[in-house]
Every structure is written in structure tokens, then in C-alpha cells.
Design a protein around this ligand. Structure first.
Ligand SMILES: [Fe+2]
Ligand SMILES: [Fe+2]
Length: 372
């Protein structure tokens, strides 16, 4: 039999995985497809489901495909780190009469030299490469690697981009309707029933109870934008999530103190100071960087932390924001966070000036600081 081996975290299994599984059968003529879930997926965002839950989700899918086999070799070997050459050799022992075809992405083929023992991998399996989007030019590289390591590597088929981390983010934000068509219903139901990817459920519940729906949704989009851009400032996932979700936790509330006690009389600005207080008192936030990012998210401030700049920008550029110039500011993110931050401050100062609205002193100081 010809058997494809498809490894991955499957955290969770999504529609693009399923297309790959079906294409392995339909386009590559495989008789069976083995799904090989990694035992210890190294996700940096900390939102992983357990191995057991990931396997259970695979089983929900496999019940609809008689050619899919879920293989738990990785768990049985209990390796500290998942080494393909060890796992595939074990599989080859189990399926000694079959031809195994290991499916890898073109990005993995590009790093094939850095894999542990590529030559041993090719003793156990043939490799078929799955390209993404426009990235189809791998024939030459496949040939080179085949010769170098004395094996069979060839182009398989192309697949669309899909990101498990973006799916996990939508799950953590409880935006299940965003996932229709991306995760199959039985898996989505399993995730909800078992409370997977729900580390922020308590915070979301409290925010939902305390904010207008519009503000609540804006907070989700702010966290989303900030997390999608967190890599630009090497920020920690949880800190970005907490600051993004909580930045407007005081929005629409009565000021906590007498208005004279605030650095500004503007109600538009006061909620940033109260936000930091409420985040500390009601949500148990003690991290000063998170509190500062909340405390100055409307005005900005000179010498702002990377997290502060990120939240300031996310608040103004999240995908629900519509105003002249917002697309240019979003594009400016590609030039670096400092560049985007200084442009956003400039945009804000100019906007307020043309409308004769008094500009907060902190905004002016930040503007001077970053546009020196
Ligand atoms: Fe705000
Ligand atoms: Fe906001």
C-alpha cells in the first residue's frame, strides 16, 4: 500500500489540514493517510490543547474518512523532542510492507540540511513536498536534496495558507463565528464543550458584563491587532493579550475620583487612568508595563514602552477603525513600530488641531519626543 504520513501539532485540526489529507489520497493516489500528532508541540503563545484533546479532535474527523489512521507513535516513544528520523524509523518498522510518503511543507524542505539525519529519514520514507500559495518553485531543490541524501523527494501538490495560531487566537477571543468554514463543526463543538483555548474566559466574561457591546468588540479587535503585531516588538503573548483586552475596561464608566484630581479634565482621556486602576483592582493585574500601556493608551507618552506603543497603535488601527489615513498608518507598521507610532501621534495632533480641539499635554510631549 502507498501510505502518506502527515505530522503536525493539529492544534486544532483545520480545514486546510483536511484538504491536504484529501489531496494526498486524490492527487497522490495514497491508499491511506497516517496522521502523526506531535507529542510536545512547541507553541510560543501558550494556547496549546493537550495531546489527548488533540488526538480526540483528530478522531472526530477520522470517523468521516475510512482511509485515515491516527498514529500515536510520538506519544509511545515519549521523546523530549520530536525527531523525525526516530519517529519515521519506528513507523517504517510498523508498516514494513508498505511504501511511506512523508508530507512536508516547502519551508521545511528549505531547511532540510538542518534536520537531524536527513539521510536516515530518507531510508524510512519518500518525501512529497506541499507548497503554499505562489511558492511552487521547489523542483530544483527537491532534486538537489534527493541526490545529496540519496532518497526520493518530489513535489506533491500545493495548498492554501492557513494559520493555526490565528485560529487559536479567535478561539481564545471566543469568536466562534469567525471560524465557520475554518474548523469543522464537531471539532468546534468539542473545543467549546471541553473549554479548550479558553485561558481568558473569566476576563472576557467580566468585560462583557461591564462594557457596552461596541466597546467589548473593540477590545477584542484591539487585542487581536496587538497580538498579530506582537512579533514586531518581541512581546510576550499574555502581556499583549491582557493589555489589549483591558485597555478600555473603564470606558463608559463614571470617573473614579473627583475630576479635579486627574491630570486632565477631558472625559475622553480620563478612562485611561481609571482603566489602569480597574485593571489592578478588579482584574488583578500587577505587571507595571501592562498597567502603563493601559494608563497612556489614549494620549501616548514620551519614552513609551514597546508594549505601550503596540497597544496605542492597536487601539487606533484595529480592523474596525475607519477614518481618513488609517490604511496608511496600518501600512506604516511595516516600517517598524517606532515609525508607525510617531506617524500616528502626528496624525492625531494634526486631526485635533484642524478641529480646534484642545490637545492633551502628554500627547504633545509624546509628539515632540517621537518627531524630534
Ligand atoms: Fe480608550
Ligand atoms: Fe480603545
Amino acid at each position: 500500500m502507498k501510505i502518506a504520513v502527515f505530522g503536525g501539532a493539529f492544534d486544532p485540526l483545520h480545514k486546510e489540514h483536511i484538504r491536504i489529507i484529501d489531496n494526498a489520497k486524490n492527487l497522490l493516489g495514497m491508499d491511506k493517510v497516517i496522521l502523526l500528532p506531535t507529542y510536545n508541540p512547541p507553541h510560543k503563545d501558550g494556547a496549546s490543547a493537550s495531546y489527548e484533546d488533540r488526538v480526540n479532535m483528530l478522531k472526530l474527523f477520522a470517523s468521516s474518512r475510512d482511509y485515515v489512521i491516527i498514529d500515536e507513535t510520538e506519544r509511545e516513544l515519549n521523546l523530549e523532542k520530536s525527531y523525525a528520523y526516530i519517529v519515521l524509523a519506528e513507523l517504517k518498522k510498523r508498516y514494513s510492507n508498505d511504501e511511506l510518503y512523508y508530507l512536508i511543507g516547502s519551508d521545511s524542505l528549505r531547511k532540510f540540511d538542518n534536520w537531524a539525519h536527513p539521510e536516515l529519514i530518507l531510508k524510512s520514507v519518500r518525501i512529497r513536498v506541499i507548497t503554499r500559495g505562489n511558492d511552487v518553485d521547489i523542483a530544483e531543490l527537491a532534486k538537489e536534496c534527493s541526490q545529496k541524501y540519496n532518497g526520493d523527494i518530489d513535489y506533491g501538490f500545493s495548498a492554501e495558507e492557513e494559520s493555526s495560531s490565528s485560529i487559536r487566537l479567535q478561539l481564545e477571543l471566543e469568536r466562534y463565528d469567525e471560524l465557520e468554514g475554518r474548523v469543522i463543526a464537531p471539532i468546534l463543538n468539542y473545543i467549546r464543550e471541553h473549554g479548550l483555548y479558553s485561558r481568558y474566559a473569566d476576563i472576557l466574561k467580566k468585560l462583557r458584563a461591564n462594557l457596552k457591546e461596541r466597546t467589548y468588540n473593540h477590545c477584542l479587535r484591539t487585542a487581536e491587532f496587538a497580538l498579530e503585531n506582537a512579533w514586531r516588538v518581541w512581546e510576550d503573548y499574555d502581556r499583549v493579550m491582557l493589555a489589549g483586552l483591558l485597555h478600555d475596561c473603564a470606558k463608559g464608566k463614571e470617573p473614579l475620583k473627583d475630576i479635579c484630581e486627574y491630570p486632565t479634565p477631558s472625559l475622553e482621556v480620563i478612562h485611561q487612568y481609571d482603566g489602569a486602576e480597574i485593571a489592578k483592582k478588579d482584574y488583578g493585574i500587577t505587571d507595571e508595563d501592562i498597567l502603563d500601556a493601559i494608563r497612556y493608551h489614549t494620549t501616548g507618552k514620551p519614552d513609551f514602552s514597546p508594549l505601550g506603543k503596540l497597544i496605542y497603535l492597536a487601539d487606533k488601527l484595529e480592523r474596525g477603525r475607519v477614518y481618513p489615513g488609517v490604511d496608511e498608518l496600518r501600512k506604516a507598521m511595516n516600517e517598524g513600530i517606532d515609525h508607525a507610532f510617531s506617524l500616528a501621534l502626528k496624525h492625531s495632533v494634526e486631526y485635533l488641531r484642524t478641529r480646534n480641539i484642545e490637545i492633551d499635554l502628554l500627547t504633545l510631549c509624546a509628539y515632540e519626543w517621537y518627531n524630534r
